[in-house]
Write a protein of this length. Structure first.
Length: 133
């Protein structure tokens, strides 16, 4: 049996670490894939705690007019959310969760949940329009 040298020990440790790292990268990606499908987002329109919340696929060409009007929709994966008719800027994270400009540090599962979280956070205050740029 060959003698164990520092070089062999480090090579073996590096190989084990690489194998473990590759395996842990594959597992989360496989579980996150179903959440990334943007086509499954359904429109909603409801009253939540006295506030009207709505969500629908964004009209990429028409909302906001002008050539730069669609910038904010890129982050929302083509989905627009409104609270009392004012757009709530939402963004889809890489893991499929959603955040809004109001509750940025509290990711939720759906745009509807983001709208509800914003209503909760606003505590009756009006949502002010957020400048696109």
């Amino acid at each position: 049996m060959p003698d164990l040298t520092r070089r062999r020990a480090l090579t073996a440790a590096a190989a084990l670490a690489a194998a473990a790292g590759a395996q842990s990268l594959v597992a989360p990606a496989a579980t996150a894939t179903p959440h990334r499908h943007g086509g499954s987002l359904e429109p909603f329109d409801e009253v939540y705690k006295g506030r009207r919340i709505q969500g629908r696929p964004a009209d990429m060409g028409g909302m906001g007019g002008g050539t730069g009007g669609g910038h904010h929709h890129e982050h929302g994966a083509g989905y627009a959310v409104f609270v009392d008719g004012v757009e709530l800027h939402v963004m889809r994270n890489a893991d499929g969760s959603w955040i809004s400009v109001v509750s940025h540090y509290d990711p939720v599962a759906t745009p509807r949940a983001a709208a509800r979280a914003a209503v909760d956070e606003l505590q009756g205050a009006a949502l002010l329009p957020f400048p696109a740029n």
